[in-house]
Design a protein around this ligand. Structure first.
Ligand SMILES: C[S@@+](CC[C@H](N)C(=O)[O-])C[C@H]1O[C@@H](n2cnc3c(N)ncnc32)[C@H](O)[C@@H]1O
Length: 583
């Protein structure tokens, strides 16, 4: 979120009415959709949340509620919007913990910024709001806390050496490295850490970035190759530097794993186990792409410059290892000049990923200290594993490039769908919430709305199918319900076919790591597809019931065909009207 979206203004100094301004930026690519959601939920677009009436007993709760509801919408991402936006009124549950954390964090940043501007008249009020935000962040953390089991018999000598080297080079850390069950190395907090604490600070001088290669003897050769990217140059540099006993980064390279075990290293059996999933094609294509890149460079570079590219250091296996290193450990860093580069960041590379991490915002070098800071967006208790976010990635991406599946639900775990492109969705101007170029599904257990017209399924997908069934708007309730039924039956049969193609998985203890991971991935895909089939079945039952009520009403009471309320309950009618309104 941009800083200028958040500010405090003394709109009307005479009345002492202070406004916190949590504004939706017009530069937001999802502006139209979020604007629509704000409108539907009755919020002003200017983002004004008044701080008057602070003498009311319920002032704090009411103001926090307003701020949270607004922030939830502003912080929504494309995926959550596609899956139905957010239930802004929800007080306990959240749809996506990461979005909830971002929303709460944006409120905290707004309050902190306002407090630092030093408006003494309202410092007390802001302090109360700040405490309430911190409490909500704490509650969220308590609800989603994952158990970390530390493997105590693992010696972390190499990691300790790296930490010592880092600290002697200016690293400051409140974290220590430990071996955690199921994730290799990770970092745990050495003390209780609060929101805003800097868990880790890495000086730019120890970040592995493009500049290093410029000083190396391979750069003049590589820069002459047409189309070679700076990432590839860095990758080739790291393949050789790993073996350099005098390297400045020796402790870093020594502490790297011998193997990475990502999807890029899947053997034939694991690939076969992915049959029926899109991941099979993704991994095959990614590997083919890397192989082509390798073949374009080697053995030519080794033949032409054997002293700089020794053949034994540039085998396909070592190239693949380096690709896995950069994919799984590379971080995007924005340097002070504004240049964004993929880098290796020693020590920070021990942080594991979570869907709702402790460190949300990082990656921009602080020009005052010339260092990369990792501040906490939620508290981390002493001994608790501290997580980072690698990005909003689906399980297929995490398996291919990182080699793991996160514990618990991953809201970004979607299955993309290829639908008939000749059926046009609504235009952005007329109905922003129905205008989508890509369609997808995810586990329907993540949806809060399984009622009539929703069924736990993504609204734009249902809408696409409704248009396919009946391009013209239907006024007649009986016909509308008939269309709902056809849509649900179509979807059910599509996903039943998909379920059949996926087949079943069988694991035994002797199965290798890659087949195990492939099967675990497939199991999750089966769960997602099954949940859709089940939701379609339940949806059909709901619609069939409503249809039967329409028929009863038609035959007994309403000779004119019956209005909406003759068949649907008041609540369902309200849902229907809201649905129509959002189109
Ligand atoms: C940047 S490294 C993190 C440190 C790594 N665990 C290690 O031992 O070097 C990224 C790798 O850590 C592992 N990893 C990260 N987050 C994980 C998680 N939530 N569960 C399991 N493994 C995870 C994956 O192997 C991933 O490729």
């Amino acid at each position: 979120m941009e800083d200028d979206e958040l500010h405090l203004s003394n709109k009307s100094a005479e009345n002492d009415e202070y406004l916190l301004v949590l504004e939706l930026s017009e530069d937001d690519p999802l502006f139209e959709k979020k604007k629509k959601l704000l409108e539907v939920n009755g919020f002003n677009l200017q983002g004004h949340v008044s701080l008057k009436n602070s003498s009311c007993p319920n002032w704090l709760n009411t103001t926090m509620k307003m701020l949270v509801q607004r922030a939830r919408i502003i912080c929504l991402d494309e995926l959550e919007l596609y899956f139905g936006g957010v239930d802004v009124n929800s007080s306990v549950e959240f749809d996506n913990p990461r979005i909830e954390l971002e929303a709460l964090h944006s409120i905290l940043s707004l309050i902190d910024k306002t407090l630092s501007s030093g408006n003494h008249k309202i410092t007390g009020l802001l302090q109360d709001l700040r405490n309430a935000s911190i409490d909500m962040i704490q509650d969220l953390g308590d609800k989603i806390r994952l158990e970390t089991r530390i493997v105590t018999n693992y010696s972390c000598d190499k990691e300790r050496h790296l930490l010592q080297w880092g600290e002697s080079s200016g690293v400051q850390t409140k974290l220590e490295v430990a071996y955690v069950e199921g994730a290799g190395r990770g970092v745990v907090a050495k003390e209780d850490l609060k929101v805003g604490d800097i868990a880790l600070e890495i000086p730019v001088s120890i970040i592995i970035s493009e500049e290093l290669v410029h000083e190396s003897d391979m750069f003049p050769i590589l820069e002459k190759i047409d189309g070679v990217s700076s990432e590839t140059i860095l990758l080739l540099w790291s393949m050789k530097e790993k073996h350099n006993h005098h390297s400045k980064f020796k402790f870093y390279f020594d502490a790297l794993p011998e193997v990475f075990n990502t999807g890029l290293s899947f053997g034939v059996n694991a690939i076969m186990a992915l049959d029926g999933t899109l991941l099979l094609e993704e991994i095959v294509q990614a590997k083919e792409h890397l192989r082509t890149q390798y073949d374009e460079l080697f053995p030519a570079l080794c033949n032409d410059h054997p002293d700089i590219f020794p053949v034994e250091l540039y085998t396909w296996e070592q190239f693949l290892w380096a690709c896995e290193l950069w994919y799984s450990n590379g971080m995007k860093v924005m340097f002070t000049g504004g240049k964004l580069q993929t880098c290796l960041v020693p020590i920070a590379g021990f942080l594991n990923h979570s869907v709702c991490p402790h460190v949300l915002h990082f990656g921009k070098v602080d020009s005052a200290t010339n260092s990369l800071k990792f501040p906490l967006s939620r508290p981390c208790n002493a001994g608790e594993q501290c997580y980072l976010s690698y990005g909003k990635f689906s399980s297929s991406h995490l398996v291919t490039f990182y080699g793991f599946l996160p514990q618990g639900d991953n809201p970004y775990d979607v299955i993309p769908l290829e639908l008939d492109a000749t059926i046009t969705d609504c235009s952005e101007d007329n109905c922003p919430m129905s205008n989508w170029t890509n369609h997808m599904v995810r586990g329907t257990w993540l949806s809060k709305n399984h009622g009539m017209f929703h069924y736990g399924l993504p609204p734009p997908l249902l809408d696409h199918f409704r248009r396919a069934q009946s391009p013209m708007f239907q006024n007649n309730i009986h016909e509308k319900l008939e269309i709902e039924l056809e849509v649900l039956e179509d979807l059910r049969s599509t996903f039943e076919d998909m379920l059949e193609t996926l087949g079943e998985t069988n694991l035994d203890d002797s199965t290798s790591w890659d087949v195990k991971l492939a099967m675990e991935f497939k199991d999750r895909q089966i769960m997602i597809v099954s949940s859709i089939v089940t939701s379609c079945y339940s949806g059909c039952k709901l619609v069939e019931y409503e249809l039967s009520q329409v028929v009863i009403n038609l035959s007994f009471s309403d000779p004119n065909g019956g209005g909406l309320s003759s068949s649907l309950s008041v609540l369902q009618e309200a849902q229907w009207m809201k649905y129509i309104g959002s189109l």
